[in-house]
Write a protein that binds this ligand. Sequence first.
Ligand code: MG
Length: 300
Amino acid sequence: MRFVTASLGGERFIGMMDEGVKKVYNLSLAASEMKIGYPESLLEGIERGEDFLHATNVLLEKLRSGDPHRFTYDISHPDLCLLAPIPSPRKNILCVGKNYKDHAIEMGSIDDIPKHIMMFTKAPTTVIGHQERILAHSDVTSELDYEGELAVVIGKRGIGIPAEEAYDYVFGYTIINDVTARDLQARHKQFFLGKSLDSSCPMGPYLVHRSAIQNPESLAIETKVNGEIRQRANTKDFIFSIPEIISTISKGMTLEPGDIIATGTPAGVGKGFNPPKFLKTGDLIEITVEGIGTLRNEVY
Ligand code: MG
C-alpha cells in the first residue's frame, strides 16, 4: 500500500498510488460516496491503526470490482498535487545524525563515528511535499545542503519498546531530504536552527506501508543533484539499525502514531566535497529509495 496525501483543485484527500498503472485512487471521495467511515487525514488514519487498514482494503476491493474511474486520476493530471504524506506533523521530526560511517568521516574524521545514537530534530514547519520548492534562504545562509534519507513513520504508541518488537510499532516508510544550512548548524552549536528553516524537510511522495517493504535495512538509496549522482549507498550500512533507533529513543520518551524518524544520510553531501557543492537556486534534487519512490524538489 502506497498511501499519499494529495490535493485536486484545492480539495485534500487520502489516496493510494497504483504504481503499475501510474494512477492515484481518491480513497476519501470513494469512502464518502460508499458511506464507509474513513479518516480526515493520513495522520488520523495512522492513529486508527488496524481499522484504517481494514477500511482501506474494503475500499480498494470495491474500487477494483466496480467502476473505479470516477475515483481515479492519472499521476500526470495537471491539477493533481502530491503533498507530504503528513503535511503538518504534531511534533518535530526526529533525526538520527551520522548513521553511515563514510558520512561521519566526510563530516570530520574517523573519530566522528558515533558510539551512541546522535539525535536532533527539525520543526514541523519545515515540511513540504514532492515537487514543492525548497527556499534558498540566501539572506540567512550561504551553505544550504541536501541529505537524502529513509524515514520511518511510527504506527503505534509505545515507551520502552524492545528492539525485537520495534517493527510492530512501525506504520511505514517514506523519504525525506534533511536540508541543512551548514553555516547555521555550525554557528549556533545545537543543530536545531540550521535544520529548521522553512521548507527544509521535503517529504514523500509516498508513505509505503511496512507490509510492502520486506527488509528496510537493505534498500539502495541515491541522491542526484541536476542529474549528477552525489550519494549512493544502501541502508544495510546503517551504524544503528531501525530497531536500535526505536528502542533507544523510546527508552524514556513515548513514541506516538505519526512520529517521523529520519534515519540519517550517507556520504556525498555537498559539504563533503572539496570545494563544497552547496545548493543554489535552480538546483534539482532527486532522492530515490528502492521500493519507496523518488522525491523531487527544486531550490527556489
Ligand atoms: Mg540528516
